[in-house]
Design a protein around this ligand. Sequence first.
Ligand SMILES: Cc1cc2nc3c(=O)[nH]c(=O)nc-3n(C[C@H](O)[C@H](O)[C@H](O)COP(=O)(O)OP(=O)(O)OC[C@H]3O[C@@H](n4cnc5c(N)ncnc54)[C@H](O)[C@@H]3O)c2cc1C
Ligand SMILES: NC(=O)c1ccc[n+]([C@@H]2O[C@H](COP(=O)([O-])OP(=O)(O)OC[C@H]3O[C@@H](n4cnc5c(N)ncnc54)[C@H](O)[C@@H]3O)[C@@H](O)[C@H]2O)c1
Length: 558
Amino acid sequence: MISFYESPAAQTHTYTHTQTERQIKGSFLTIRSSVACIIRSLFSSSFQKQQSMAMANLARRKVTSLFNCSSDALRYSFSLSSTLSRGFASGSDENDVVVIGGGPGGYVAAIKAAQLGLKTTCIEKRGALGGTCLNVGCIPSKALLHSSHMYHEAKTSFAKHGVTFDNVNIDVAAMLGQKDKAVSTLTKGIEGLFKKNKVTYVKGHGKFISPSEVSVDTIDGDTTVVKGKNIIIATGSDVKGLPGITIDEKRIVSSTGALALTEVPKKLVVIGAGYIGLEMGSVWGRLGSEVTVVEFAPDIVPSMDGEIRKQFQRSLEKQKMKFMLKTKVVAVDTSSDIVKLTVEPSAGGDQSVLEADVVLVSAGRSPFTSGLGLETIGVETDKIGRIPVDSKFSTNVKGVFAIGDVIPGPMLAHKAEEDGIACVEFIAGKEGHVDYDKVPGVCYTHPEVASVGKTEEQVKQLGIPYVVGKFPMLGNSRAKSIDDAEGLVKIIAEKETDKVVGVHIMCSNAGELIHEAAIALTYGASSEDIARTCHAHPTLSEAVKEAAMATYDKAIHI
Ligand SMILES: Cc1cc2nc3c(=O)[nH]c(=O)nc-3n(C[C@H](O)[C@H](O)[C@H](O)COP(=O)(O)OP(=O)(O)OC[C@H]3O[C@@H](n4cnc5c(N)ncnc54)[C@H](O)[C@@H]3O)c2cc1C
Ligand SMILES: NC(=O)c1ccc[n+]([C@@H]2O[C@H](COP(=O)([O-])OP(=O)(O)OC[C@H]3O[C@@H](n4cnc5c(N)ncnc54)[C@H](O)[C@@H]3O)[C@@H](O)[C@H]2O)c1
């Protein structure tokens, strides 16, 4: 399934003012240096002539992108109207901005609002800041992924490097303790940032009583009313349950329970081969569980580039993860010590029974707005519970905004943060900018899989003539030197202009490598721009450069 996301802020603002200015400036600089190069080349060696050709090509492309972005600049200038909905507070109890929810969307929005000089209060009910991401999501899962990877490496790879020991054991309690320490350090850190930036923090459940008032049942048992000229809903998402399956967080767990299992289950069945299923399946698989993943769709991670996905699945299978694709769970029996799951083909057919000690339900997440009082003030939701917003993150109710997992778009922490910053910039009468087409996604398995921009399937569907350049990690000297050379870099560029439209990387540290691609896409770079950027040796990043060379010309080391 191909999904195209449209960022609210990208609907009218593909580039911010400064980006546009930089692009224009960059284009003129490139043209100037190209002209200088051409003049020089008339008198110089063939090497310099080649350089001038490249610069001329660069200039040609930059001019094309200059025209593209000048139309954005034009749109930008037409839409430069102040968006401050109800003015700013002046010395009263009323806030300029109230944020409901202290996750990556909410806490970042609150800090940014305070930095912009707005009187700001953030309401969070769980008693700790950081939302799903810090408390039961990104951070604890990455802590366990790291710990389990170290254990797995110690068991399977250290000896190859000459590091041997008599026995390797896993202490699950210590592993969970390390994870909890990472979480509490980070959540307390955000409280510190609130103090530093003078954000008022109210601990409790918030509920609208009017478009400018939120009643809060505090965790101390009191009730208070927080008033705001602008209110941002950043209440995030919650686990999407499946009909007939009751999550008890012991034997039938959501990601939250899977992050806190006190023993390694002998058999783990994962429902849903998305990010959570594959990351948490990897954690417990590395620690010794037999992992079977049941996926409704024909493929794992349906949004991933098809070619990368195939290699990724093979890699996970080598790690002994089993997949039952095009399969659905139709019944779960928990009446005995072993959980029994009845499964059948997604399209219907013969049933079979799977046994498990623990079942992880990871079939997606739903926007969370329960008990928020949206109906009291008339904020609309769509048929799957998301809050639709306009290009400035405003809901259908004036002065009420929404960001992060609770609105349409990728359910990712960094996207929620970008939403938060852009939303308060709009509230403050400035320009905000988020482009959902350039939000990187990373699956933190081993190898990691990271991508930004369009998949080959999407480019085909859009009918864009394209070229592909690939480079296998086997040809990368750093990957070989550390004996971790699984995977590849794949770059997709427009055939006519060489502009990069998608980058997909599978290798260890792909989640770090992807950001040079994100910058390339943001600045409208060509594959030649990436290839002609000097990359340090020996680094995994050289594989990105080589894939770029393979896109517009030829790679060297393959
Ligand atoms: C296991 C797991 C791993 C993940 N890993 C990653 C990852 O590696 N990278 C990534 O980018 N994303 C990851 N995600 C997704 C990421 O956690 C979310 O996209 C992100 O947290 C969304 O941020 P948010 O601010 O919109 O909402 P949330 O983080 O969900 O925060 C919303 C907050 O609002 C509070 N709240 C709700 N209602 C009220 C109310 N009425 N009053 C007061 N407070 C309220 C909630 O308690 C919550 O703390 C992961 C998710 C899970 C579950
Ligand atoms: N590394 C990361 O960035 C990261 C990590 C974890 C979670 N997340 C975010 O959290 C959200 C939730 O993650 P998730 O993995 O639960 O959702 P997901 O949407 O990534 O994957 C859910 C999977 O479950 C499958 N599915 C749905 N119903 C099913 C059924 N009845 N039986 C079998 N399979 C079924 C879907 O086809 C899909 O492949 C995602 O939006 C993701 O972006 C991100």
